[in-house]
Ligand binder design. Structure first.
Ligand code: HEM
Length: 542
């Protein structure tokens, strides 16, 4: 599973197409590359272009992009449980709501779901504005030559990751970090890394070497390629839970002292868990650390990569940026010197929400939702009944669910801005086109935003196990985009004599050159050196 992913380009180049077309289905993350091709090629001739079974050397797999099957499976978490691998990778620091099933999950979910409330949303919004302002000032300070009007950086994608981890730290653990201070901040006595440093290293390794024992990682030979990184991971794996425990002790002390009530995920979790003490359903210490880890792990790459795709899309589609700017100029805070305010700005940001949904539709971070059966199960749909034996793995392909022409083609054209007709590629089916206005219902509708049929838009999953961080991600996305575009435009920088058309082709290729690791991410935009990557210009709007 791990080694086949980097081998993908080599295998694709060297295998006969007919062999590759089938083999690719066994390589992790095929969904984004193949889109609907396997369903049309293998499933449609058998009378159902939405589901097929894959029988290999391992367990039987049902692959589906049928909204009816998806909503039925996700409605029944007791029949379709978390995959064993979820526990292996995500339970590394303790049992938690993502890895749990049955009663254990229900008990943890009750607490986890209650912690992301309106008070947290306000904290998330304010923290996101603060961190994005820090990011903008770093870009402008770094480039002095034309600092009054514009500045550019090829590190904006890394900076968005930094925004996300800082927001998770501030709003999640109450450990607010100033934007610039991180590099100068010293680890606490007895630690080699700060909380943020250890969190970042752990989160970036969460799908791979994190499962190796810390002792092995810290003694990894330095001369082996990647050795220093493995050693660093070993330290981070040891220190991350220790940091979390220290922060937890501090938060508990503060809540015992009954000082000013704080609104972060950790404080709310302690409070919610304490309320369940009398019923014996409170979280154990191990579960508390496990859940704090999972809130960071589940919220980090998903949100950061969504913001990165959004940034690239803003650079690629200047006219959609203008469309967003029209709304942002209307949301302006009353006093131009003031920051945006959550209560008044967030509900008005309908176009930003449409932009986020369209980004998630085409570049959904989690390319499949996976569940497994323990008992025989049947799924009844209007297409017929699917019978599954025990130990079948069900993969719900979110990439294809988000491209179903019967749901997505041609909706809400009435809300399109004028440029859409002129700019739309003639031969591309509408469901493949980036068109945020498809989400805007006609003026006067009961719901301003399009409500897709059940099971057809599931970036956050759905049903009882729907992502509890959905609102938090929406609030953060809105705050970051509002702050970025309030006073600035975003533009790509041409390479050499590149025309706008050539530049668009380059950006389009970058968007398509994405790979599903834990979540979908663009290759070659993070951790690049001083040159390379995709430099982006921020220009002050006049
Ligand atoms: C754009 C951002 C996000 C996306 C696309 C996303 C997506 C998802 C998806 C698809 C699941 C279901 C996984 C499964 O069933 O295996 C999930 C679960 C979860 N997410 Fe998110 N997520 C996002 C942000 C967040 C944030 C910000 C947090 C918290 C700070 C968070 C916390 C969780 C937790 C705790 C679960 C487990 C819920 C359970 O199993 O009951 N997520 N997320």
């Amino acid at each position: 599973m791990v080694f086949s992913v980097p081998l993908r380009p080599f295998l694709k180049r060297n295998l006969p197409t007919s062999v590759w077309n089938r083999l690719t289905l066994t390589i992790y993350g095929w969904e984004f590359h193949e889109k609907r091709r396997p369903f049309l090629q293998y499933a449609a001739p058998q009378g159902n272009d939405k589901s097929f079974m894959l029988a290999g050397c391992g367990r039987l797999e049902l692959w589906t992009c049928d909204p009816e099957v998806t909503s039925e499976v996700l409605r029944r978490p007791r029949d379709f449980q978390q995959h064993d691998l979820t526990e292996l990778f995500m339970g590394i620091f303790g049992h938690n709501v993502l890895t749990g099933n049955g009663e254990s999950w229900a008990r943890q979910r009750k607490i986890a779901a209650s912690v992301i409330n309106e008070r947290i949303s306000k904290t998330v919004f304010d923290e996101s504005v603060r961190q994005t302002r820090g990011m903008i000032s770093e870009i402008f300070v770094a480039r002095t030559q034309d600092r009054a009007t514009s500045a550019s950086s090829n590190k904006m994608f890394d900076m968005l990751k930094k925004v996300t981890i800082h927001v998770l730290s501030g709003a999640g653990l109450g450990a607010s970090v100033p934007w610039r201070n991180e590099d100068g901040e010293k680890p606490r006595p007895g630690f080699k890394m700060t909380y943020i440093q250890s969190a970042k290293v752990v989160m970036e390794a969460v799908t791979g070497p994190i499962i190796l024992p810390s002792a092995l990682l810290t003694h990894w030979p330095s001369w082996v390629p990647g050795g220093p990184k493995m050693k660093q991971l070993g330290v981070a794996k040891l220190e991350f839970p220790q940091h979390t425990n220290t922060l937890l002790d501090e938060e508990r002390r503060r809540s015992n002292e009954k000082s000013a009530s704080r609104s972060n995920i950790m404080s709310q979790m302690i409070r919610a868990s304490e309320q369940d003490r009398s019923t014996g359903k409170m979280l154990s210490d191990e579960e508390m650390v496990g859940n704090l880890f999972i809130f960071t792990a589940a919220g980090f790459e998903t949100t950061a990569n969504t913001l990165s795709f959004a940034l690239m899309l803003l650079a690629r589609y200047p006219m959609w940026q203008d469309w967003l700017l029209e709304e942002i100029d209307e949301i302006q805070p009353e006093d131009a010197e003031q920051d945006f305010d959550y209560t008044s700005a967030y509900p008005k940001a309908t176009r930003i929400m449409a932009f986020m949904f369209e980004t998630l539709r085409l570049y959904t971070p989690i390319n499949h939702l996976v569940k497994q059966t323990h008992e025989p199960q049947t799924i009844k749909t209007s297409r017929g009944t699917i019978c599954l034996p025990p130990r079948t793995v069900v993969y719900m392909n979110t990439v294809c669910l988000h491209l179903g022409p019967e749901v997505w083609r041609g909706i809400n054209h009435g809300s399109d801005p004028d440029f859409v007709k002129a700019a739309s590629p003639k031969h591309t089916p509408d469901e493949l086109v980036f068109r945020p206005s498809r989400w805007l219902n006609p003026a006067g509708s009961q719901q301003p935003l399009f409500q897709p049929p059940k099971g057809s838009f599931v970036p956050w999953s759905m049903g009882p196990r729907v992502c509890p961080g959905q609102k938090m991600a929406q609030v953060e996305f809105t705050a970051v985009i509002l702050t970025l575009l309030h006073e600035h435009r975003i533009d790509p920088i041409p390479v050499g004599e590149e025309s706008r058309e050539q530049m668009d082709e380059r950006l389009e290729a970058k968007l398509n050159d994405s790979m599903s690791v834990l979540t979908l991410q663009m290759n070659g935009v993070y951790d690049i050196g001083e040159k390379g990557g995709v430099p982006i210009r921020l220009s002050r709007r006049v």
